[in-house]
Design a protein around this ligand. Sequence first.
Ligand SMILES: [Zn+2]
Ligand SMILES: [Zn+2]
Length: 751
Amino acid sequence: MSPSPSTPSSTTCAPRSGTRCSSFRRRRSSRRSGLTRRSWKRSTEKLPVLVPIDEMARFVAGYGWLEGKEARDVAREIADDLQRRGLLFRAADYTHRYPECWRCHEEIVFRVADEWFISMDDLRPKLIDAAAKVTWLPPAAGRRMQNWLQNMGDWNISRKRYWGLPLPFYTCANGHFFVLGSEEELRERARAGLEKLRELHRPWIDDVIVRCPECAADSKRVKEVGDCWLDAGVVPFSTLDWLHDRAYWEQWFPADYIVEMVEQVRLWFYSQLFFSVVLTGEAPYRVCQSFQPMLAAPGQEFHKSGGNMVDSYEACELVGADSLRWLFARQDLQEIMYFGWAPLEEFKRKLLVLWNTYSFFVTYANLDDFDPTERPVPPADRPLMDRWLLSALARLVAQSRAALDAYDARSALFSIEAFWDDLSTWYLRRNRARFWKERSHRDSLAAYQTLFEALTTLTGLIAPVMPFLAEDMYQGLVRGAVPQAEASVHHTAYPLERPERLDEDLERRMRAARRVVELGRAARSSAGVKTRTPLGKLIVVFDAQDRDRGQLDERSELADIVKDELNVKSVEIRDRAEGLVKETVKPDLKVLGPKLGKDLPRVRQALAEGRYERRDGTIAVEGFVLADTEVLVSHEGVAGHAVARDAGATVALETKLTAELELEGLARELAHHLNNMRKEAGLEISDRIALRYAGPIATALERHRDFVAEESLATSVRPGLAGRGHAWRGTLNGVAGELEIEKDPSARPAR
Ligand SMILES: [Zn+2]
Ligand SMILES: [Zn+2]
């Protein structure tokens, strides 16, 4: 936490803008310290500087009837006085801006006062050089610092306040000026007042009388206290015991990294840089990161009195401290952050995806007595989906490390989120069955080992930002299951890179396959055919220039994944989309109306009838050449096909349904329905059931008996109802039927 900026708290205030002007005469100065005391006297015009009010804003002696009056109370009296003397031009009330105390909102007045400054001219080039060697993140902050250093005036370091760091400046009756450099020096020079010195603050310090080094006369401290950025600026020295243990200080100086809000460029970052350059000649930090302020959405500042304060503890209770941290760490540091609940709620939903994957794993790992210490199936022997996930995981670790090394938490977090989404919506969804259908122990083990590695690696990756969730997952995944494991995820190293796991070719091909699946889903939904109903064929065309052309093979394992995912019997790759897609071109009336005028109906007719020609991205029609931007192009499947297209690929789904396909679709619908019935009946996920059926639904059930039995964990499938168990009667895909299920107590116990 850095100190807050200083602000005027009394009714008077020195005009800071005056510090920018270089024409003020120096009244008293000490060459040794570069300190200057300036009076508000304009040397060029030789006009006297009048200070009509005292520190309490009352008129001082010499101002006649005004003497002793409060400056803020006399506006009308002054107007009356001018009127009496015939000097008033006009008096009227009007609305204008007026300064007030930011804390108590009392009106304040400007008052001329002498202040202390540090002369910057000699130091400026050194500060600029030192700042140029710092890595500024984002780089704009470095330009801001350079700009500040080049344009700043002398540093006004004094404040007319009571509280604050007493400036150790002393004067004697003979006009000598000196600075005390340490407490020891103060004690050495003191003549009186030491016995009452409780601490180095007012009022006690002001009672210490010291000896003038030039004339030995009694000397007293000046009245002013220091700008709070003086104390803040010595942090790189005061906190590291620079005064008393230089060797210790050297171990830590300069700091590797500092982070604060961007306004600190001209405050805390600057004041530290200043002290450090004066004392050591170099910057006190190597990397300086800054961020923009946070406002309450849609854009107000947070105010305790404004009713929009968010209590951070309450926020933690509501959405979790981890969610807050994640959202802050993911913020673009160059943008103002708008705090609102909606993004947090959205992130909670995202987080639930990760949590559900974790909870799926724990549930099945317990049922199956998965032992993480079992000898691993070599990655090369694991199925393609496992190898793909391990490659994506290795890439994620490398990306996260690189991003965090560059202080770019945002990129790391986005990659991690994308991965846990893929893990759930692609890997796990495609592989669920491997966790409960025991076709092969080795295949199931490979799935467990792959998912275990992905989840434990994720806990390590998120641990710095979501320490609580990561710890909870780590305890659930690793502790208890792995005897030698560290007690906490926070005792483990950040996940290590595994470059040997990277398989770029596989990741490229998987990306192409997933793209086809996305397009296939869109085609299916445009055709209005449920995914559970199988379709005959999917035809895929990647355009000649598309980067995924050639990545997908009809007879590959990836094509099998596409088939299964889209529930189609075959995948065919073609080079051209001709004959699959009907292109419809319509004129964009807003553009072509004015351009074509009376020719528009003729052109529209020709386009509708397909009497046009494509030539290098233009359309030639009825003697006109139209640009792509002047027409609206849409694609539709030819009869019996549903198509979908993105920038470089087209898929066409054959929508013709045969009796066989319909039966299979009904069997899938049945399996899905039976699983809902299992949930309604309150069965455990591992319970085996007896299934009885009646009605026309029997045809599909009997044709696909093994599939339905396997999907619903039925140990027996028999026609005829018994009037027991959880029953259902209704229609599925328009086919009527009756079903009964009950737990099969004779089946083997849960795995
Ligand atoms: Zn106030
Ligand atoms: Zn003296």
